[in-house]
Design a protein around this ligand. Sequence first.
Ligand code: ATP
Ligand code: MG
Length: 356
Amino acid sequence: MEKDIYILGIESSCDETAASVVKNGRIVLSNVINSQIKIHEKFGGVVPEIASRNHVDAISYVVKKAIKEANINIENIDAVSCTYGPGLVGALLVGVSYAKAFCYASNKPLIPINHIEGHISANYISNNDLIPPFLCLVISGGHTHLVYVKDYNEYEIIGKTRDDAIGEAFDKVARVIGLGYPGGPKVDKLAKEGKEQIDLPKSHFDNGNELDFSFSGIKTAVINLYHKNPNINKADLCASFEKVVTEELLNNTIKATKKLKIDKIALAGGVSANSYIRSKFLELRNNGYEIYYPNLEFCTDNAAMIAVAGYYCMCSKIKQNLGTNFNYDELNSKMNNIKENLELNAVPNLKIGERI
Ligand SMILES: Nc1ncnc2c1ncn2[C@@H]1O[C@H](COP(=O)(O)OP(=O)(O)OP(=O)(O)O)[C@@H](O)[C@H]1O
Ligand SMILES: [Mg+2]
């Protein structure tokens, strides 16, 4: 009989201390998130040292709560996965060090996970029918990437932002027009009351990769317009900003699907929670595309996505050793072959697909 596999995921790359237990790579048994948003709000952004200190305070409690809410014992956990990059180095080190100590004390294997590969893996939670290959548009606070997901654990970046990440542009626009931090959800809400009637510039490149993005121009245009006309209708400004950036996301994504001859598209990262972007991508279903995105709770930082990525990373490693005749019984019996990985360190600039 197949044995159930339980992975404990740990996430601390920015300002959320999170832990989660996931069964068989797709079923979330617990998802505990201790957010520091209230602490950083008054500074208008995340203060790295304060984030690290708060992770230290929260991590033990968060992990214990995740195990308790999953209704399992430490002995039931097959492996621990933790984010080791990209992110704030001090924040990452808290999760990495805690995970190493946990694995050493309980004699469990440790699986290092790239935070952005975690965001992509969040799609497996909500969409049982989603299997690679597919195209993933990663739109988060620090990244804007078009990623060809060739297989679980096999990624190729085919387009990326040349300047700001889209989440940064949302946050900056929100801050300048006085909506506060974090800006993305506030722009989303206000835009619903506005009309897309303000003319804003689109990005344009004469050279390089046609699948690249740029958001600094539109961000600056919105800010300049607001400074020149402080009485401008903010809701219209937000709606018009969302329209221009969404067109750029859609254009490049469609170009990429044609290039790769693929019609399966997934969204990932915090900005994929945006209701306008979701609705515009959903319209592509009318043109024969399969569209996937994570449930709202799994778009922004969480540890369930890290546990899911850990599960598929472990499967890939065991599959490599076993060849194609791979099944769950063997997964269980080969668990001990995965090393504890106690040499692991944080890698703040880790790239998608990079294995350090
Ligand atoms: N509804 C929304 N509309 C637009 N943006 C949103 C929405 N909800 C969250 N965001 C944005 O998502 C970002 C946070 O997402 P995420 O957790 O993926 O980023 P991060 O972890 O800081 O960066 P990264 O994952 O690239 O390291 C912020 O920029 C936030 O403003
Ligand atoms: Mg993130």
